[in-house]
Design a protein around this ligand. Structure first.
Ligand SMILES: Nc1ncnc2c1ncn2[C@@H]1O[C@H](COP(=O)(O)OP(=O)(O)OP(=O)(O)O)[C@@H](O)[C@H]1O
Length: 519
């Protein structure tokens, strides 16, 4: 007769096979590893009980795939995915939701210090207070002091966590402390961003904060021709220039601005800026600057520029570009703990749907959002789908705005602003709106086309659940093609295992750079 006993090691040991004399008298005892015992206990279905009392993390159309917030599968345990059969055409209509497990986004608790404790200029703190921004978020508490101390920093933190203020405050503070320059002085800080909409947004925040401390802010964005770029410098060179790389290169070629006297260079939205489509231009801009290698380079008669690179995701090519302009080893890194995880405060639903049914599903979702008074971003993968979908929604009587890169710059300029002002509640757009744009009004993101990469998914969903926001965010993704399903399976597996998205692990992030705690 065999008896099962709980093993103390993960490996089975057959005790009866030992050569002790007493063994012959005893019935053989087989020690079975705990995992195998648990598997045996699951019954004939072989399924692990993934539900426990309490909140549900993942709720599915088929309840046997539900997973409780209190359950996490073992590291080597096979994860049962609701989306496993989604390549089959009969799976249409199936769905699952990753529920939010946290209520507040990135906001600091009442016991966190206020901005005053970060030792930025009192006028800046007061300007923030007037805007209702009192306590710094995690990334602000990390980045501001390091920049004030003169370090070059590479900073990766989730979408909507407040990175813009995290770099703007020390930049404005240090320019203010340096005193008023000569009237014809060169620009002292350049902030580089990938789109004119984002340039517009960052410039308006910088202006609101720069005004009280007597600093001027200029803006040059792409797509408006040389006349518009020249006009940006008509009133003299601004202290801070927010620019897209293409427009800045044009300004440099025509000598409207110089970058060799900069005190600060900021590269925002690193994943797009270091993407091959931008990195060539960015490299050309950076080679015209003198980037410091350590804080002592910021002093003396010819001070160099401090460099800060920020993003919510980081591509591989960052080092290749930066290596040419500074000592990478001297850069500090800041990385938030939940980088490249699904946002825990945003409810995310995935719906397997036939291509022909997507419009119907979308109009249902838009009706629900309208009843709740929620603004919606609808993402498509191409400009032509934006145009087609806009036309179809128009036919259905849905008021909306459209934003895609092929639109003339003059038209694009007003679209996002009018959406922000609430003149339209639905914005149909390409990924041009997924990077950096602050969308406090938006409560629902719809992936009409499933994004092509996990990075795009992170940035799109990151348009909801932003710091300082009062509203619960939600994302709805339509899953149609087999290649969409592959991506969904990776996302579902990461959600169930509570790991970051596969292939985006940041354990060895920027090896060779000092960790932020080194300073
Ligand atoms: N300390 C704070 N308290 C309250 N709200 C804040 C705070 N810091 C920033 N915000 C607000 O949070 C929102 C998101 O900030 P921001 O756009 O800088 O995020 P981000 O990290 O740059 O996002 P993304 O990665 O999408 O570019 C903005 O509306 C901003 O005004």
């Amino acid at each position: 007769m065999l008896s099962l006993r709980r093993a103390t090691t993960p490996f089975a040991r057959v005790a009866g096979s030992a050569t002790s004399t007493s063994a012959a008298a005893q019935p053989p005892v087989i020690r079975v590893p705990r995992r195998a015992q648990e598997r045996a206990g699951r019954g004939s279905s072989g399924r692990v009980a993934t539900t426990k009392p309490g909140r549900t993390l993942i709720s599915c159309k088929l309840p046997q795939f539900n997973q409780s917030a209190g359950f996490t599968p073992g590291r080597f345990e096979e994860t049962r995915l609701c989306s496993r059969g989604w390549k089959h055409s009969r799976s249409s209509g199936d769905h699952f939701t990753v529920n939010s497990t946290r209520a507040v986004a990135h906001d600091a608790g009442p016991r966190e210090p206020t901005f005053g404790a970060l030792r930025v200029h009192a006028d800046l703190v007061e300007a923030l207070r007037r805007a209702g921004v009192v306590r710094p978020t995690w990334v602000q508490r990390q980045l501001v002091p390091k920049l004030l101390r003169g370090h070059n920093v590479l900073c990766a933190a989730e979408t909507g966590s407040g990175k813009t203020l995290a770099y703007l405050l020390p930049v404005l503070h240090r320019l203010r402390e340096a005193g008023r320059p000569e009237p014809d002085a060169e620009t002292r800080a350049a902030i580089l961003v990938p789109s004119r909409e984002l340039a517009d947004q960052v410039a308006s925040v910088a202006r609101a904060l720069g005004r009280p401390v007597g600093l001027t802010v200029g803006l040059v964005g792409g797509g408006r021709g040389v006349g518009a770029i020249k006009a940006a410098f008509a009133g003299g060179r601004p202290d801070v220039l927010v620019a897209t790389p293409g427009a800045l290169l044009k300004a440099l070629w025509r000598n409207y601005v110089r970058l060799d006297a900069l005190n600060f260079v900021v590269v925002d939205e690193a994943d797009t800026m270091f993407d091959p489509s931008f990195s060539g231009m960015l490299g050309k801009v950076l080679t015209q600057t003198h980037i410091s290698e350590n804080p002592s380079d910021l002093r003396g008669p010819t001070p160099k520029a401090q460099l800060v690179v920020v993003g919510a995701t980081f591509p591989g090519g960052v080092g290749d570009v930066l290596d040419k302009v500074t000592d990478l080893g001297s850069m500090l890194t800041i990385r938030s703990q939940m980088l490249h995880f699904l946002l825990p405060h945003v409810k995310q639903t995935f719906l397997k749907v036939k291509g022909a049914d997507k419009l119907l599903e979308l109009s249902e979702a838009l009706k629900r959002a309208e009843r709740e008074g929620a603004a919606v971003l609808v993402f498509c993968n191409s400009a032509s789908t934006v145009n087609w979908l806009g036309y179809s929604l128009g036919e259905l009587g849905v008021r909306h705005a459209r934003l895609q890169g092929g639109m003339p710059a003059a038209m694009r300029e007003g679209v996002f602003r009018s959406f922000q002002k609430g003149l339209a509640s639905v914005l149909v757009c390409t990924d041009i709106a997924s990077r950096g744009l602050d969308t406090q009004r938006v409560r629902l993101v719809v992936n009409y086309d499933f994004p092509e990469t996990q990075t795009d998914y992170i940035h799109r969903v990151g348009r909801v659940g932003r710091a300082g926001g009062q509203m619960e965010g939600e994302a709805l993704s339509f899953v149609t093609h087999p290649w969409d399903v592959e991506l969904v399976q990776k996302i579902e597996a990461a959600a169930r295992k509570r790991t970051c998205l596969p292939g985006m692990e940041t354990g060895n992030w920027r090896p060779g750079l000092k960790a932020a705690t080194d300073n």
